[in-house]
Design a protein around this ligand. Structure first.
Ligand code: MLT
Length: 311
């Protein structure tokens, strides 16, 4: 190495743009969270943090891109609970779905069961009756196997014991467009994507998937209130780096994440969209890894019982 490259090596991390791969389409819930957090992290890191959407195959295409990237901290993955379900849902992948380094947990987002504006029901019980009658005649939009919307749909269909026809998109951003125009019927999607459409009455809403009503959607019943006790799903998100990324680089990124999660604009916007930033103690590599591994173990038997795999 010449003197110039020695100088480059000695420069503290980061000394150029950091890319955050979002494994879903732009304009959706993961994208919304990622852009807010990336902007705040950039301020702390003193470098641009650019979000890149690599959607498709339920988040596995974007994940694969990061799995194969150089482990130098300049290519990161912001992904959700799909990191815990994909190892069970997919029998064959071109990468190891557990082969990532953790940086920190970001947020945990409630979901909402929503329908196209002219769906012929006014509440969850009415919607369940329609689905049980029409079955595969109802189109359920999701973002592919491994998506949060896929997981929620799987649990919902199992809970009401009725199948629907699944229509996959590259993310629930594009799926929402189809729902708004009535080309698909129903979706279960994160409040980070649905709150504004619900409050504008552009979609019908039947329930939130958490035990307490949300301050941002005070008139929307919980699934338990609406007649599905125990139907709960929260979509946690975390920030990852490729396997082999050095600990000091991950610590620096984790520190920037912790600062970003206390940023006034991030906190305010998260709350408007029905979620909260993770506390500092969970936005660390170790807390994130322990939680992720526990989530893989938690979801494995549930997915096996619901029985719907990708090949
Ligand atoms: C997205 O960003 O499009 C979503 O997180 C999709 C999903 O997982 O349902």
């Amino acid at each position: 190495l010449g003197p110039a490259s020695n100088a480059a090596l000695a420069q503290p991390f980061p000394n150029r743009t950091v890319s955050v791969i979002v494994p879903f389409a732009a304009g959706g819930p993961t994208d919304t969270v990622s852009r807010l957090v990336s902007e705040a992290m950039a301020q702390n890191l003193g470098q641009s943090v650019v979000v890149e959407n690599v959607g498709g195959a339920g988040g596995t295409l974007g994940s694969q891109r990061v799995a194969q990237a150089r482990p130098d901290g300049y290519t990161l993955l912001l992904h959700h609970i799909g990191m815990a379900t994909t190892p069970t849902l997919y029998r064959r992948l071109g990468y190891d779905p557990t082969g990532f380094e953790t940086i920190g947990l970001v947020t945990a987002v409630p979901m909402t069961i929503i329908a196209k504006p002219n769906f012929p029901a006014e509440n969850l019980q009415g919607a369940i009756e329609v689905i049980r009658r029409e079955r595969e005649g109802i189109n359920y939009a999701n973002a592919g196997i491994g998506a949060a919307s896929h997981l929620c749909g799987l649990l919902f269909m199992a809970a009401i014991n009725a199948p629907m026809t699944t229509v996959p998109f590259r993310g629930t951003g594009p799926a929402m467009t189809e729902l708004l125009s009535g080309r698909v019927d129903l979706m279960c999607d994160q409040t980070t994507n649905t709150t504004e459409q619900i409050n504008a009455r552009a979609v019908k809403v039947f329930a939130v998937t958490v035990p307490q009503r949300l301050g941002s959607l005070p008139n929307v019943p919980t699934a338990a209130e609406a007649g599905l006790p125990g139907f709960e799903v929260t979509i946690w998100h975390g920030l990852y780096a490729p396997r082999g990324t050095p600990m000091e680089v991950r610590q620096r990124l984790s520190q920037a994440l912790q600062v970003a999660l206390r940023d006034e604009k991030v906190v305010r916007r998260f709350r408007e969209l029905g979620t909260e930033p993770e506390p500092q103690a969970r936005a660390t590599p170790d807390a994130h890894r322990a939680f992720w591994m526990a989530e893989i173990a938690k979801w494995r038997p549930i997915i096996q019982a619901a029985g719907q795999y990708a090949d």
